[in-house]
Every structure is written in C-alpha cells, then in structure tokens.
Design a protein around this ligand. Structure first.
Ligand SMILES: *Cc1c(COP(=O)(O)O)cnc(C)c1O
Length: 408
C-alpha cells in the first residue's frame, strides 16, 4: 500500500447529519413559505400535493400519496389490498420491521420466503413454495437498492391473480429492464426517513396506477373520510397517516436532487467495485446486467472459508478504522425477533397468529438455510452521494489492509 492511514482515519460523510445530506436553500425557502402561510397541514396546503404530483411524474405512475413514514406506506398498501383476517402476505425475512408490522395490524399473516444469497432478494423460485389458497399479496423488497427479478415474480403472481407490492424504501430510481422500481407491481412503497436516498426526516409515499386501489389508499391515509365527496363519511377503519406541509416543503426541495444523488451513488459504487476486484474472499455486489442498482447501501459478501472470522471479523477491522459498517445487516431474520417468537400483539390474544396455518409459524432458522447464509456473509457498508475519491480510496484501502491482516 502506498498510503497508510492512522487508526482515526478520515471522517466519511454520514446520512445522519449535514455531511451526508443535501439539505439547503431550496428546503429552507419552502419552509419559510409554509410557516408564513400559517397552514401546516396537507389537506389545505400546497407542498404535499406538489410532492405527490412531481414524484408521480418522475416515476410515470398515475397516483402518488405522501404519508407519515415508510411503515405507513406499507400499511396503506396492505390496507388497500384488504386481506381477510388470517390471509397471507408473502414477504422477506430480511427487511425493516416497518414492512412487517403493518401486515399483523391488518390481521394478516406474514409468510416468510427464502432469499437469494447472492442478492438478498426474494425470487419467483423462493416465493413459489410459499403460495397457498390464502395468499393475498406478495411484497417484493428491492433490498439495498438492487431490484428483484420482477418479470419472473410478476409472471408467477399473475398466474395466480395475486397482487405484488414493491417495497422501494431502499430503491429510489432503481431500474429493472428499463422500468423504474415502483412501476412494476400493483402498488409500491417508499420511505423518506432520515437515512434513505432523499429525506423529510420521517415520511413515506405510496404509488399505483390502479384507480380503485388509489381510492382506498387515499381514504386509509385520511381516517377513511371521503374528502371532496358529495356526502362524505368515515367509510372504513383507517388512521391519520398524513404528511405535514413542513415535511412536504422539505420533500419538494429534495426531489429535484434525487437523480443526481442516485447517479453519484452508482458512480461511487462502480469505483469501489473496481478497487476491490479482485480480492480473494470478497464478492462485490451482484447486479443483473439489465438492472440498475441505486445503492442505498453497498454490500460485500465475505467468504469465511477464505477470510478467517468472515464478515464479523472484517466488520470489526473496518469499525476500528471509523467505517460504520454492519456485519449481518439486521443481525437476525425478522422471525427471530420477539414479536414473532413470542407473538406479542394485541393484549394476550396473539391475534392474528391464532388464525395462521401452523406450518407458517415454524420460525426455525433451519427452515431458512439460504437466508441464514445470506445474513452470515453480508457486510453492509455505509453509502453516500457525497463520497469523494479520497473517501472511496480510504474505504478500499481499509478493506484491503483488513483482509490482509486477517489472512496473515
Ligand atoms: C426504511 C424501510 C421501511 C420503513 O420505513 P420508515 O420510514 O422507517 O417507516 C420499510 N421497508 C424497508 C425495506 C425499509 O428500508
């Protein structure tokens, strides 16, 4: 190595504060306007409506509704699909809990499919054995920004007339065969939480081309109240999941910056991949040649047969060099969390688990060898649109040095 770095290293831009975010004059000017107007809620204000319209135009979908969080977005999608209690939603065991708790809140049962250990995504092949007469929907999560193989998933779902919900919380402007993630399934969900591609602090969006689903989504975000109807009422059980104008103002400032952020994340990823190829025991992200991965995170696969201690050991080395990486990502599959293991839901009722087929409640890691393998080998690197060459050099050299250290 030509350059060596001290243990304190250099500070990488972080999405948790200004260095790794692009918040500035545009957001401030919009906020000044909102405050000046005195109208902070979206039913009367203009910014949330503008955010919805501009994001719909950007994606090329008919309807977009902003909401309170990515969790609220997933909840809205599930509520729009309207499962009967005990019906099943097929989903991934490697995801944010905010993509799972809404299923239980709607009285439905998450059925966990295995993931492809190369991409950490569900595939048609892993979904198929989970299908049952009770399957109401499939959630395809484009994990880390890498799109699922949607053609095969949609073909399988269409053959059974089951809607696919895309979870795009980590996959803004990712592309599958020329189509944006979020335009392929029946409904798609986005998050604007602090650490996502663009942010309003907390926030979310749902999108669809389907008018009937859009109507249910709008109502679910608005307490079931038929705003604008001749004779409005509260039509069904629903929550207030609205985004405020303060968030809408920030979102309208953020949206025009999305394209460039994505391009910079992709370019930075290409650079790091070059710097890490070849490195024995390390696999850089697999991207299908027809797809665009937009790198919410950059993930390595670490082969513990080559690098002693695997992703945990390498992660420890990188953390000592101030790279705040995450070996094993969320640590354990979602079904190993207490909410599933102990079925802690409403009082002591265990509802809706009480309605589930017993076989889908076998939350045993041995039933999920691919998922366990996927979690064991993954090392999640923090990723950012503000990385410069010096940051990428530092990350690459840190990885090379750490691997050398562990192997010698
Ligand atoms: C972040 C995230 C969510 C939840 O979004 P929040 O805005 O944090 O509620 C859902 N699904 C995935 C895949 C996520 O990454």
């Amino acid at each position: 190595m030509a350059t060596t770095f001290t243990k304190t290293g250099i500070q990488l831009p972080s999405d948790q504060e200004a260095s790794g975010r692009n918040l500035g004059q545009a957001e401030l000017a919009n906020l000044v306007e909102v405050i000046g107007s005195g109208t902070l809620n979206s039913t009367k204000g203009r910014f949330v409506k503008q955010l919805e319209q501009e994001f719909a135009d950007k994606l090329g979908v008919k309807h977009v509704f902003a909401c309170a969080s990515g969790t609220a977005a997933v909840h809205t999608a599930i509520a729009a699909v309207d499962p009967e209690p005990g019906e099943e939603i097929i989903t991934s065991p490697i995801t944010d809990m905010g993509a799972l708790s809404p299923i239980l809140y709607q009285g439905a049962i998450p059925v966990f499919a295995e993931v492809d250990p190369r991409t950490w995504n569900l595939t048609a092949e892993t979904i198929e054995p989970c299908l049952s007469p009770r399957t109401k929907a499939i959630i395809a999560t484009h994990l880390f920004g890498n799109p699922c193989e949607m053609d095969e998933i949609i073909a399988l779902a269409d053959s059974r007339n089951i809607p696919v919900i895309e979870d795009c919380a980590q996959a803004f402007l990712a592309q599958h065969r020329g189509c944006y993630a979020g335009t392929i399934g029946r409904i798609s969900c986005f998050s604007l939480q602090q650490g996502k591609h663009i942010t309003t602090g907390e926030g979310g969006m749902v999108a669809t081309d389907d008018d009937a689903l859009a109507r249910r989504m709008f109502l679910f975000i608005n307490k079931g109240w038929g705003y604008g109807d001749a004779d409005p009422d509260h039509y069904f059980l629903a929550l207030n999941y609205r985004m405020s104008e303060l968030q809408g103002a920030v979102g309208v400032g953020q949206l025009p910056k999305l394209e460039r952020s994505v391009q910079r994340r992709v370019a930075a990823a290409r650079t790091l991949t070059q710097k890490l190829t070849p490195l024995r025991g390390i696999e850089t992200p697999y991207v299908h040649p027809d797809n665009v991965h937009t790198y919410w995170k950059y993930c390595l696969r670490v082969d513990a047969n080559v690098i002693p201690g695997g992703s945990d050991a390498l992660g420890k080395q990188l953390k000592a060099r101030q790279i705040s990486c995450a070996p094993r990502y969320v640590q354990k599959p979602a079904f190993m969390c207490r909410v599933f293991q102990e079925q802690k839901t409403f009082g002591n009722s265990r509802f809706p688990f009480t309605l589930a087929r017993p076989e889908v409640l076998q939350y045993d890691p041995q039933r999920f060898p691919l998922t366990m393998q996927a979690l064991e080998s993954v090392l999640v690197l923090p990723w950012n649109e503000n990385y410069l060459d010096k940051h990428l050099d530092y990350i690459a050299e840190s990885i090379h040095e750490s691997v050398f250290h562990l192997c010698n």
